[in-house]
Design a protein around this ligand. Structure first.
Ligand code: HEM
Length: 68
């Protein structure tokens, strides 16, 4: 859309290669399943405060998106 900011983060289809436990741990610790320290630009500290059911719902959404 004209005037809209470009996406700030990566293509979240990358989560399809992660397990649920790996996704949850990444959002809670800031370290992804590949050992990458996620930058503070990504609000993982607040996203990681969601409970297990909420994070699983996001994981299910991300892992069932059409490929971009
Ligand atoms: C529920 C909301 C969100 C979820 C589930 C989410 C999920 C993710 C995931 C899975 C990554 C990949 C990290 C990696 O490469 O290992 C990521 C990266 C990133 N996200 Fe988010 N994100 C959310 C909200 C946001 C918001 C609101 C922003 C910015 C305002 C943001 C900015 C970023 C940035 C800049 C990165 C790249 C960080 C890096 O590579 O170090 N995210 N996000």
């Amino acid at each position: 859309m004209p005037g809209q900011l470009a996406p700030l983060g990566p293509d979240l289809n990358l989560v399809k290669d992660w397990t649920l436990a790996g996704f949850t741990a990444a959002m809670r610790t800031g370290i992804d399943p590949n050992g990458h320290q996620i930058s503070e630009q990504m609000p993982w500290r607040s996203v990681g405060k969601m409970d297990d059911d909420e994070l699983e719902a996001i994981y299910q959404y991300l892992t069932h998106m059409p490929n971009s």
